[in-house]
Design a protein around this ligand. Sequence first.
Ligand code: NAP
Length: 255
Amino acid sequence: MTTTHGDGPAPAVIVTGAGTGIGQSTARAFAAGGARVLAVGRTESTLAETAAGHDGIQILAADITEQDAPARVVGHALAEFGRLDVLVNNAAIGVFGSLADLTPEGAEAQIRTNLLAPIFLAQAALDPLAESGGVVVNVGSSGATGLRSWPGNGVYGATKAGLDFLTRTWAVELAERGVRVVSLAPGVIDTGVGLRAGMDHESYQGFLKHIAGRTPSGRVGRPEEIAEWIVFLTRAESAFANGTVLSVDGGLSVT
Ligand SMILES: NC(=O)c1ccc[n+]([C@@H]2O[C@H](COP(=O)([O-])OP(=O)(O)OC[C@H]3O[C@@H](n4cnc5c(N)ncnc54)[C@H](OP(=O)(O)O)[C@@H]3O)[C@@H](O)[C@H]2O)c1
């Protein structure tokens, strides 16, 4: 798949969680490269912001944890675009808490959103992706790569480590169908996600400053810096990247 499509059909892309942050930048980056994008999230107003001024972006309000969502999302993309080249499993939620503090609701919501929804979206997308020689990009987290632990964020980290495991496994399973699967593992990116996870403004800014001080690059990341890597991983030039988990985190995970 390539986002520079010449005379061929424009690539068709699904980005989940595209109303804010990394998903919004990713939808726009694909559209800027000439792709047609279905931006998916639960909130119509933020999706509309993502699409404003970007002709290639269509929106679909959907909760990806609902049972019929995978078929609905993929069916919508096929009806609009007639093909599917890329699925970006980006939507996720974080509910902080160490083992003693976990609630069933918080743990289950993270597992449903961050792990089960990407599984069944990828399953629903499988046939059209096999037809186009497409790519699945799972958005993980550099904090959950390697042999790391993550005190206070274990369930979130487990969903992301699980997603990376699925990336490796699906890359092998789907190779014979011509579908590539990769993970992009961002470091700390200033998307406002901490605020949405319940932190107040001061604590979130303090967290970003603390992380910047610990990061070899001396700062946190911007959503566009992740979006460009996601797009690049789907291009023909990246065809040899398969089962790869790529950390883009200013070097934080190698400290
Ligand atoms: N920001 C970071 O520092 C960081 C670091 C490492 C990894 N990541 C990962 O990068 C990805 C994007 O993060 P972000 O910081 O851009 O977060 P974000 O701004 O909170 O974006 C997540 C998006 O997912 C959507 N979403 C949540 N639950 C959903 C559901 N059930 N159905 C459909 N959409 C849903 C949200 O929109 P609605 O609420 O409107 O549905 C939101 O737009 C996530 O996978 C995250 O885990 C982020």
